[in-house]
Design a protein around this ligand. Structure first.
Ligand code: NAD
Length: 266
């Protein structure tokens, strides 16, 4: 696209929405045209300052939305559902990072790929997308090597292993023509017995302010390969979503992955 990509942000006053607005301040590839917040948000109706020379105000609906090329969504499942209605009706591309989506909405999102371009990811880090691809290759190329995935996060994290660690395990299992359900070992304590061939082990570290670290260890006999990613700043997710939005603008209908974005020639 030669003109700036016209964007709408769904969930614009949330943590991710604010991170996106911050990046957009400096980024001339994009033009923000609509910013949606929850109806009870104190931001509703306020100026999207200091970003806008254009007097753009936060809105709580899509009814008066101008024409845009891409909607970026980091909100809630209900808000994503409303954004999806808008995107389907106007054939607008959708980049979404919202998690916690139920099976009904999951089905609608899958079906939407027949009508519009849609790209979803549980982790918008471009580095993690590349790590996933490298791990898939390594797991297939070294099928007999033991695979262990170690992840570390801050102490406030509620779930373990992280969704990203599970997605890495799933990609590796898939590359070895098996499933995570059949191979995962989530804890070891006491008399565990020997390691089962072909299993995928997970280990979890929690503490301090660690943003997110993932290491996949492929352990052979006399040698070991480690593929690691360390996030040091949450803005990487916003950066990845913006890159995805720039790439998705003008793509044909379909379900796209972050890996497609990093595979694309620059
Ligand atoms: P947040 O709670 O800070 O922000 C949520 C935003 O959604 C707010 O602006 C709120 O006003 C808006 N919202 C809520 N209900 C709404 C409604 N009914 N209509 C319109 N807007 C509504 O959350 P966050 O940390 O920004 O995360 C948002 C989502 O993105 C979560 O699902 C989170 O898990 C996910 N997330 C994904 C990634 C990734 O890389 N994929 C990274 C971070 C967060």
């Amino acid at each position: 696209m030669t003109h700036p990509v016209r964007l709408a942000i769904n969930g614009a006053s949330g943590r991710m929405g604010r991170a996106l607005l911050e990046l957009l301040r400096e980024d001339r590839r994009f033009e923000l045209a609509h910013a949606v917040v929850a109806p009870d948000s104190p931001d509703d109706g306020q100026l999207v300052a200091p970003l806008t020379a254009s007097n753009l105000r936060y809105a709580h609906s899509w009814s008066a939305a101008p024409v845009v090329d891409v909607v970026i969504d980091f909100s809630s499942p209900a808000a994503l559902s409303a954004a999806l209605d808008h995107c389907l009706q106007h054939r607008v591309a959708l980049v979404s990072g919202t998690t916690g989506v139920d099976a009904v909405l999951e089905d609608r999102l899958t079906d939407a790929g027949h009508h519009m371009a849609i790209l979803r990811a549980a982790n918008f880090s471009l580095g993690v997308a590349l790590l996933t691809r490298l791990l898939r290759d390594a797991a297939a190329a070294l099928p007999a090597w033991d695979l262990e995935i170690v992840e570390a996060h801050h102490g406030r994290k509620q779930d373990a292993p992280s969704g990203t660690a599970l997605a890495l395990g799933r990609a590796a299992a898939d590359a070895r023509q098996t499933t995570l359900e059949a191979t995962a070992v989530y804890s070891r304590e006491g008399q565990t017995g020997e390691r089962a061939d072909g299993s995928i082990g997970f280990a979890v570290v929690r503490g301090g302010d660690i943003v997110g670290e993932h290491t996949a260890m492929l352990i052979g006999s006399g040698e070991r390969l480690e593929l690691s990613h360390r996030a040091t700043d949450r803005s990487i997710f916003a950066r990845g979503a913006l890159q995805a939005a720039g790439w998705l603008a003008g793509q044909k209908a379909g379900q796209w992955q972050l890996e497609d974005v990093i595979a694309a020639p620059r």
